[in-house]
Write a new protein. Structure first.
Length: 344
């Protein structure tokens, strides 16, 4: 039997709204809520039955670990075996904010489904008034991956959550569009120097200004048989229905690709800077002004999802540099495309 999904504006009757969300979570169910990155699908992280409902709703592989969200820095001591000085510096500089720290987990405290059997866990304190209010009212950690069906573009609005998960989850806290638009940076501080497992809004340059050298692999050396230490490392993610191909952000090259594909009777959707809107793609979705990575990051998932509302048979997505947040944008684009590039 399908679950009736209720979307509730977090700004209306907020005291009652949060109380309802807390009651649902305490009853062992899941609740979707906004963060500054994307919408998350939360369950109490110490309740294994509740956490398993996240995997069921998302259709998520069980060996994909979950990030734990907390409402105060002081809660870290409850779940982490050892908090290094480097980790403390990161918390002081970037929490609340889009930085997840992978640290050694205390045994038998969090649900086994959260860690996927690993001896580490990723924890973050989100920088969003709705997320923080919910966490601080429930006084419990929430395991919360992105609130979408597994493999699909992450949701940046409540309606995206409803599109994917209506019938699977009971409650969505609507806090409006998210700000950053892609998931948190995941930093493994169990290594020396620490390693970025997933790039995000907190860049390598920002981290190094606080803690010194940080490793950011261009390709994560992760075999398909291993359990990943962070979400987004092992499986194809962020993909719309039509196949995505990456293409250099050169107008002449993009125009030539469109013409070639249309000659093959393909319906082409183009994700590109606003200045490319005159090209003759069948569908065009702006990802902001050319060179503005912040605009591109905020618009990317929205544009990928918009492609599913069209008859596009192929999607061309223009690329950006890997400097700053460009590393996170290219990480998401490469996963959405499954590493495929369009060649003329």
């Amino acid at each position: 039997m399908e679950t009736v999904c209720k979307i509730v504006d977090s700004n209306v009757n907020s005291q009652t709204t949060y109380a309802q969300a807390v009651d649902i979570l305490n009853a062992g169910e899941v609740v979707a809520f906004p963060t500054e990155t994307v919408y998350g699908l939360g369950a109490v992280a110490t309740n294994d039955k509740a956490v398993k409902k996240i995997f069921k709703a998302k259709g998520r592989p069980s060996d994909n670990p979950l990030i734990v969200h907390i409402g105060t820095k002081e809660e870290v001591d409850l779940y982490i075996e050892h908090i290094s000085e480097l980790a403390k510096k990161c918390m002081d500089a970037f929490w609340p904010g889009p930085l997840t720290l992978v640290m050694p987990v205390k045994p038998n405290v969090l649900a086994e489904s959260v860690t996927a059997g690993l001896k580490t866990v990723g924890i973050r304190m989100p920088d969003h008034p709705v997320a923080l209010a919910l966490l601080q009212q429930i006084h419990k950690p929430l395991a919360a991956p992105s609130a979408n069906r597994s493999g699909k573009p992450s949701p940046t609005e409540a309606i995206h959550v409803n599109d994917d998960l209506a019938g699977y989850i009971p409650y969505i806290l609507d806090g409006g569009p998210t700000g950053i638009g892609f998931e948190s940076t995941v930093l493994d501080v169990t290594h020396e120097p620490p390693v970025i497992l997933r790039p995000g809004g907190i860049t390598k340059e920002m981290l190094e200004a606080v803690i010194g050298p940080v490793v950011q692999p261009t390709k994560i050396e992760q075999t398909m048989e291993e359990t990943p230490k962070a979400p987004g490392m092992k499986y194809t993610h962020y993909a719309p229905n039509a196949p995505v191909y990456l293409i250099d952000c050169e107008e002449s090259k993009v125009q030539q690709a469109i013409q070639q594909l249309q000659a093959q009777l393909q319906k082409v959707a183009l994700l590109a800077p606003e200045s490319f809107d005159h090209l003759q793609a069948d569908y065009f979705f702006s990802i902001g002004e050319a060179g503005s990575q912040e605009e591109m990051g905020a618009a990317l998932y929205q544009a990928l999802r918009a492609c599913d509302k069209t008859a596009a048979t192929i999607i061309l997505a223009t690329t950006t540099s890997t400097e700053g947040v460009g590393a996170a944008i290219m990480n998401r684009l490469e996963k959405a495309a499954g590493g495929k590039w369009f060649t003329l």
